[in-house]
Design a protein around this ligand. Structure first.
Ligand code: GRF
Length: 219
């Protein structure tokens, strides 16, 4: 049985698209049954609609509180009988109740090697810190932003000529490889929340957990 996945977005939705594409494979363990956006004008929302994927546009500004907005999201997820939630550029902090309700069933992608460079502008932060390697992380969502247990990471080089835009673009390419692999691990139950860590069940292709310039061909 494929896991039923909802992808939550706020913008262009390129990570959502690669999850949708990956899930078209007959042997992929998840199907994208819903795309939710808090922004009615999100480009990703239009793309999903055109592709015939069920969508929900839930404008956070229409709700009096964060909790009320999260309750509406939760209702949409339950109505679609969603098993797993994948955040993909979803720019809203979630209430503690929502995070707890979906603990171990909600994942996020962040464009840095966490725990470094949480929050906004991680590529800018990487350049300011002078690191030679950055990348992206898929993690379970916990109460603290960008701090949940790590499932998989991909590394990319930081080049001397990089600007924030060129580094972010290189990281985005790695994100597009990593996110479908990480969702696959979670959907098959091979990556499971275990306290503050993620337990990985063998057998697992190491390239699914760590993508680096060396393993890029493999992942
Ligand atoms: C990605 O860099 C993701 O890691 C971050 O927000 C960006 C969303 O891009 N959380 P997209 O909407 O998936 O194209």
């Amino acid at each position: 049985m494929k896991k039923r996945v909802a992808v939550l977005i706020s913008g262009r939705g390129s990570n959502m698209r690669v999850l949708v594409e990956a899930a078209k494979a007959a042997d992929y363990p998840a199907e994208i049954v819903l795309v939710v956006s808090n922004r009615l004008d999100a480009a990703g929302l239009a793309w999903a609609r055109e592709g015939g994927i069920p969508t929900a546009a839930i404008d956070h500004k229409a709700f009096a509180s964060r909790e009320a907005f999260d309750t509406a999201i939760d209702a949409a997820l339950r109505a679609a009988r969603v098993d797993l939630v994948a955040l993909a550029g979803f720019m809203r902090l979630q209430s503690a109740g929502f995070v707890e309700a979906w603990a171990g069933r909600q994942i996020n992608i962040h464009p840095s090697l966490l725990p470094l460079f949480k929050g906004l502008h991680p590529a800018r932060q990487a350049l300011q810190a002078g690191v030679r390697i950055s990348g992206c992380t898929v993690h379970f969502v916990s109460r603290d932003m960008d701090a949940g247990p790590i499932i998989a990471q991909a590394a990319v080089p930081v080049l001397p000529s990089d600007t924030e835009d060129t580094l972010a673009a290189r990281i985005l390419i790695a994100e597009h490889r990593l996110y479908p692999l990480a969702l696959q691990l979670v959907a098959t139950g091979r990556a499971r929340l275990d306290g503050h860590l993620v337990r990985i069940e063998a057998p697992v292709n190491q390239a699914q957990l760590v993508c680096s310039p060396d393993t890029a061909g493999a992942c």
